[in-house]
Design a protein around this ligand. Structure first.
Ligand SMILES: Cc1cc2nc3c(=O)[nH]c(=O)nc-3n(C[C@H](O)[C@H](O)[C@H](O)COP(=O)(O)OP(=O)(O)OC[C@H]3O[C@@H](n4cnc5c(N)ncnc54)[C@H](O)[C@@H]3O)c2cc1C
Length: 337
């Protein structure tokens, strides 16, 4: 394994911001992962695991070791009457994995097509899109405990998967490296068209008869038409979580702002953060090379040479103005380093 020094992370984060890592390791095997962790422990260096850097903002240089996971492999490990159990290694590209499953006849992940990133990062924030969350098809994962060097198996309940969250983003943050994930996928397709934009894009077809590959292709089409491609315009998807508020707080807000957009969510309300940001006047804002996407108020963008500090500063300004206008705290979904 090669540990490189003073590496520019511009091509390792989808915001495309320049920030230097003191050390950088590209990891292709579990053995290399152990070597890299021992390198950081011996030098008392901080370290950080990354996949494809699609949920990160480097606001400054990183003075430790960045460990990029590229461990690959997909295998069918078991099946029962209705399911296939598929194990994928952490460095697999998420979208390629979804396509692999569809081609092999393992169904369920089609609505999650084209989400950037790796398989290993997917449970960290329980990725979700178009009416489906990873948790619905998650079976278990294996993770290396950094303190002990032991590999521990986590079942679904252990992972505490919830809206864009898991135990690995909470109390176990940076304590484990997820090395592989096993999914419980369907033998018989069960199309989910609960998301209105997806249903509208597939009119005149009975839900039960829709080919999962068609759902995947349609999701890709919608995503390409709506979201900026990080290869062309640096971004990390939604920058903030949609805030969740109690019913009482929602009704109080609705009285003041009758047009507020929200969705009921487990006896609470999930507010559309994009609407709040738009109302606060940020949609389409641009200053130098930082901005808020003109069609997506939730997507902060780097028009070219923006720095991580400038993007962070913009995110703080947005938070402050939303707080002032609605008394709502927007929390970043993106990890800021
Ligand atoms: C254009 C765009 C659209 C997006 N759309 C969506 C969407 O629809 N839904 C959604 O949920 N997300 C979305 N995202 C966010 C992003 O794709 C996901 O969060 C993705 O899972 C991040 O994967 P990654 O490999 O890039 O992780 P990184 O950004 O590299 O890392 C994210 C976090 O996970 C940790 N991590 C990464 N790998 C591991 C591992 N193996 N073990 C332990 N910790 C690990 C890192 O330390 C970091 O804290 C979008 C991003 C972009 C750029």
């Amino acid at each position: 394994m090669l540990i490189q020094e003073n590496i520019n992370l511009k091509t390792f984060n989808t915001f495309n911001v320049s920030a230097h890592a003191r050390y950088f390791a590209d990891i292709k095997t579990p053995e290399e992962l152990l070597e890299a962790l021992s390198f950081s422990q011996q030098g008392s260096l901080p370290f950080m695991i990354i996949g494809q850097g699609s949920n990160l903002l480097f606001k400054e240089d990183y003075l430790g070791l960045i460990i990029e996971l590229n461990i690959k492999g997909i295998e069918l490990i078991n099946d029962d009457k209705e399911h296939y159990y598929i194990k994928a290694q952490c460095g697999e590209n998420w979208h390629d994995f979804v396509q692999h499953c569809l081609q092999a006849g393992y169904y369920g992940l089609e609505n999650l097509s084209l989400i950037p990133g790796t398989v290993g990062a997917a449970p960290v924030q329980n990725i979700g899109a178009y009416g489906v969350e990873l948790s619905e098809f998650f079976h278990e994962l294996e993770a290396l405990e950094i303190a002990s060097g032991k590999v521990i198996r986590y079942c679904k309940d252990d992972c505490q998967l919830s809206y864009r969250h898991s135990i690995f983003k909470g109390e176990l943050k940076d304590k484990f490296v997820i090395t592989n994930v096993t999914f419980k996928l369907l033998k018989k397709p069960k199309p989910n068209l609960s998301y209105p934009a997806l249903r509208d894009a597939l009119p005149n077809i009975e839900t039960d008869n829709i080919d999962p590959q068609l759902i995947s292709d349609t999701v890709c089409e919608i995503r390409r038409s709506k979201l900026p491609d990080p290869a062309e315009l640096g971004n990390a998807g939604s920058f903030f979580w949609n805030p969740i508020v109690s019913e009482d707080d929602f009704f109080a807000l609705q009285e003041k702002h009758p047009d507020i957009i929200a969705f009921s969510y487990m006896q609470q309300y999930k507010l559309a953060a994009a609407w709040l940001i738009d109302q606060a006047g940020w949609k389409g804002f641009r200053e130098g090379d930082v901005g808020v996407h003109k069609e997506h108020a939730l997507v902060l963008v780097n028009y070219g040479e923006a720095t991580g500090a400038e993007l962070y500063d913009l995110s703080r300004r947005i938070q402050l103005s939303v707080k002032k206008m609605f008394d709502i705290d927007l929390r970043p979904e993106v990890r800021i380093i």
